[in-house]
Design a protein. Structure first.
Lengths: 256, 330
């Protein structure tokens, strides 16, 4: 009896570990952040400067000058890049040179606004884009997405892999972030100028990404939208087991 | 209408019987004990099968119905599974069975039959007078047929014409146009992004038509000898078709911070063959066996990109002898 209880406890412990460890991992920040203690009188620019000095300057240098082998200069990247990298949780990065990935944003909205404003003030750079997906066409967006984006991010916007990098899934990206990423080209992604993809075309691409997040699933249950894998699993494990069971049944009859 | 009435009457008679007692004859199969419980189960299963089938019709008729596909599958599945289960029970519990055992004849028991068959085969050939020649003729026909079946294999090698594999629509002076048909201007080609271009006025569906155009820092280029002047201002053009399996190379990776991130490269999405544009399209990763063919470009007086010749090698997936061939001008 004692052994059974212990085993059950161990099982519960394992299950808890299975659930909690990834959860805790997902919740961890990419690195700690340094928070100044602003007074109510601190101007947004000062707050941005303090946050920049505490969290960004080690790699991006003072006033966005960049540090060789640590981080690129930020003077002139504008509000567009700062808005993207900070609101996706891509920055601050735990280790210089690693691929930034979407993680929990540790700054408050006020701090984010201040920091984006400060980085934008470092040089003359592009503003945050304002895509209007309702003006775009999903069908045209799909064609453009297939042409420019699906090679890495897959036509289902589920992301993918390429040598040296992970193309992230776009399911968590806001329309603004999709537009920003197209123009900036974060990490190893190429950037696309307005000549390559016009703002109107970008609206369509954003409309398609929005649509792909919640597709109509006309074929029935999507089962995680991982393609033919669920069907294969059912064929192999459910139908296969049933077939083996039938064979055993038939064989058992012959032996009797 | 008369035939309908007859049909109904015949059906009723078939189901209910005519009431006359059946003449008793000696049974071939000995009678078994009745099993009312199994009968009830079979009836219940048949009822379930009918319910499932009717459910299918209902699910088909109701409009709109969320998850209709699933309900249709479920109803049909229940119906078919119930029929299968009913048949199983009928077979196992209700049909009287008997098992008969007997010895299986061994090989030697057929010795007489075998020698008879051998003699029949031998005797049937009495009309042949030129056996050797006929055997040779049959062998020749079989061999020739085998050869015919193997003939398509020659498509893998340079035995016959390989001209279609090396033909390209590119020649000196042909302009590069974008997907919208507008000529590509050197001044518009930026670093950190990529462009797909086609030969102006030629078939875009031809294998060698599409090229990828990128701009790199000229100081980073280490092109093979003999390619001086192929990349004016660091603008490089390569065939968009992977040399491994012929997929379109849709991926261009470029570092945001070159000091710490992987170098610029073309990546084929099919099998991750990775080509370095800075060194003449050499393979740096993946299954491709030869570099991506480079297209020499020049900038004309009006700033438009033009081909300065044809590719550095045959375009498309590799085949036997591909390395000994040159790309043709179109």
């Amino acid at each position: 009896m004692q052994a059974v209880v212990t085993r059950r406890r161990a099982l519960v412990g394992w299950l808890l570990a299975l659930v909690l460890v990834p959860a805790a991992h997902a919740g961890l920040p990419p690195s700690g952040i340094v928070l100044p203690r602003p007074s109510p009188h601190t101007t947004p620019h000062e707050l941005g400067l303090q946050l920049y000095a505490g969290n960004c300057a080690r790699c991006h240098g003072s006033a966005g000058s960049g540090v060789p082998n640590e981080g690129p200069p930020l003077a002139g990247v504008g509000a567009r890049a700062a808005d993207f990298y900070l609101r996706t949780g891509y920055m601050p990065l735990a280790q210089s040179g690693e691929q930034p990935h979407r993680s929990r944003v540790l700054f408050t909205t006020r701090e984010l606004d201040a920091l984006v404003g400060y980085v934008a003030s470092l040089g003359h750079g592009p503003p945050v884009p304002r895509p209007q997906p309702q003006r775009g066409s999903v069908a045209r967006g799909m064609t453009l997405f297939a042409q420019h984006c699906a090679g890495c991010h897959q036509i289902a916007t589920e992301g993918g892999y390429l040598p040296g990098a992970v193309a992230p899934p776009l399911t968590g990206a806001t329309p603004t972030q999709v537009a920003e990423a197209v123009r900036i080209g974060p990490y190893l992604m190429p950037h696309f100028s307005e000549r390559a993809i016009s703002n109107r075309q970008l609206d369509s691409i954003v409309a398609y990404v929005e649509h792909a997040r919640r597709p109509a699933d006309p074929g029935g249950w999507a089962i995680g939208r991982v393609g033919p894998i669920p069907e294969g699993l059912i064929a192999w494990f459910v139908a296969g087991t049933a077939m083996i069971g039938l064979c055993l049944l038939a064989g058992g009859r012959l032996h009797r | 209408m008369r035939w309908l009435k007859d049909l109904l009457f015949a059906g009723l008679l078939f189901v209910l019987g005519d009431g006359k007692p059946v003449e008793a004859v000696e049974p071939i199969v000995p009678p078994g004990p009745p099993d009312r419980r199994a009968e009830r189960i079979v009836l219940a299963l048949l009822g379930l099968a009918s319910a499932g089938a009717i459910g299918f019709v209902v699910a088909y008729a109701v409009d709109p119905l969320p998850h209709r596909t699933q309900y249709l599958g479920l109803a049909l599945g229940v119906s078919l599974a119930s029929i299968a289960a009913a048949l199983l029970i009928v077979g196992r519990r209700l049909v009287v069975t008997e098992e008969l055992a007997g010895p299986y004849p061994g090989r030697e028991d057929h010795a007489e039959d075998r020698s008879a068959v051998e003699r029949i085969v031998a005797d049937s050939g009495s009309r042949f007078t030129r056996r050797g020649l006929l055997k040779a003729g049959a062998a020749a026909a079989g061999g020739a047929l085998g050869l015919a079946l193997l003939a398509p294999l020659t498509a893998l090698g340079p035995v016959f014409s390989t001209t279609p594999f090396t033909a390209t629509p590119w020649r000196r002076g042909r302009r590069l146009v974008g997907e919208d048909g507008a000529p590509l201007r050197a001044a518009d080609i930026e670093q950190g992004t990529f462009y797909t271009a086609f030969p102006e006025g030629a078939d875009r569906e031809a294998m060698a038509a599409p090229v990828i155009v990128v701009r790199l820092d000229p100081s980073q280029l280490h092109l093979p000898p003999g390619r001086a002047g192929w990349a004016p201002g660091g603008i490089l053009a390569y065939s968009k078709i992977c040399t491994h399996a012929g997929c379109a190379i849709a991926l261009y990776r470029k570092p945001t911070f070159a000091a710490r991130e992987p170098r610029p490269a073309f990546v084929c999405p099919c099998h991750y063959s990775t080509f370095d544009p800075a060194t003449g399209g050499t393979v740096i990763f993946g299954p491709a066996g030869r570099p991506l063919p480079q297209l020499p470009v020049t900038v004309d007086r009006s700033g438009v990109l033009r081909a300065a010749g044809t590719f550095s090698g045959p375009v498309g997936p590799s085949w036997w002898g591909v390395r000994s061939r040159k790309a043709q001008s179109g």
